[in-house]
Ligand binder design. Structure first.
Ligand SMILES: Nc1ncnc2c1ncn2[C@@H]1O[C@H](COP(=O)(O)OP(=O)(O)OP(=O)(O)O)[C@@H](O)[C@H]1O
Ligand SMILES: O=P(O)(O)OC[C@H]1O[C@H](OP(=O)(O)OP(=O)(O)O)[C@H](O)[C@@H]1O
Ligand SMILES: [Mg+2]
Length: 282
């Protein structure tokens, strides 16, 4: 039985459960449920605080877990990233009142507020910058400068809306690029059953990231068309009743759909049709 930790609250909770559901696992209906057995899939789910997931995984209390890369690294737990999951994408960055601080070196002697104090301390130490203090806050870190407890902050930035609303501006390179990740214990062999979970989650990722594209193209132009759509391994090329034409079926990154259709049309492909992938095993 694979023991899997899943965030019970916050912005990781819903998308993590949605991904597991898509991967064929049972997920809780009531947010107060803390443990859920899924004997059919040989799995058991533990709904834990997102910050605690890496701690449980690191101590081996559970086999694997879903959390944020930033949360895992900040926890200092003996856990390692096993698979990135493609949601809850964010950057972790320094910010200060607009125009006041422009480079990381200027943090020397200043107070830095963050919910990820270990990450900040490690990053500044690596850069040889000594702040006056690193202030730990649970959330709403953007307000700390206005309220006078810090001079700069280090926080999760996605759209930047929260920063702007607080009159802050990012400076320096991103400290980290984060997203939701599947983690496992760092110093141990992968637990039994992890392979199936990994294949299933990878299947969901692929189904989300790719579309299936079908098109017809004159046989003489198949090579040119395939050069536009190389696919994951190799496109399927089938004969049409009209022997001068072929049908091609291929996977294309979802984000490239329209660019690829335009390019194919220019090459001479016609009847270009795109369909979503419901599930996959690559
Ligand atoms: N606006 C956002 N966009 C993308 N990812 C985010 C955003 N806010 C937080 N995250 C990510 O979610 C994870 C933090 O989840 P967590 O549940 O601890 O915090 P939260 O979503 O801010 O919830 P809360 O603060 O209400 O407890 C981190 O990996 C972080 O990078
Ligand atoms: O760049 P944006 O798109 O504005 O998103 C980033 C904000 O989202 C999260 O906050 P959350 O709403 O979770 O509140 P919190 O600060 O209390 O955690 C994060 O901590 C940032 O504050
Ligand atoms: Mg938050």
């Amino acid at each position: 039985m694979l023991r899997i930790a899943v965030p019970n609250k916050g912005s990781l909770s819903e998308p993590a459960s949605a991904m597991l559901r898509e991967a064929g696992y049972r997920q809780r209906r009531d947010t107060r449920e803390l443990v859920l057995a899924d004997p059919e899939n040989d799995a058991e789910f533990f709904f834990l605080r997102p910050r605690d997931v890496a701690v449980y995984v690191g101590t081996g209390t559970v086999d694997v877990g879903i959390t944020g890369r930033d949360l895992m690294l900040d926890s200092g737990a003996a856990a390692m990233e096993h698979l990135s999951l493609g949601f809850a994408r964010s950057t972790f960055r320094f910010a200060a009142p607009t125009g006041s601080v422009t480079e990381v070196g200027q943090i020397a002697g200043l107070r830095v507020a963050s919910s990820y104090t270990t990450l900040v301390a490690e990053h500044l130490a690596k850069q040889g910058v000594e702040p006056a203090a690193i202030v730990h806050l649970d959330g709403a870190v953007e307000s700390s400068v206005q309220l006078g407890v810090a001079d700069v902050i280090a926080d999760v930035v996605e759209t930047g809306t929260t920063l702007r609303a607080a009159g802050l501006e990012v400076f320096g390179d991103p400290i980290l690029r984060s997203e939701a990740v599947l983690i496992r214990r760092g110093d141990a062999e992968p637990p039994a059953g992890l392979e199936i979970l990994t294949r299933r989650l990878q299947g969901v990722k692929t189904a989300r990231e790719y579309v299936l594209m079908d098109y017809d193209v004159p046989v003489a132009l198949v090579d040119a068309a395939v050069a536009v759509t190389p696919g994951l391994e190799s496109p399927t090329v089938s004969p049409l009743h009209d022997r001068e034409w072929a049908a091609v079926r291929v996977m294309v990154p979802r984000s490239q759909t329209n660019r690829v259709m335009d390019a194919l049309y220019d090459v001479g492909a016609r009847a270009i049709i795109v369909t979503s992938i419901h599930a996959s095993r690559i």
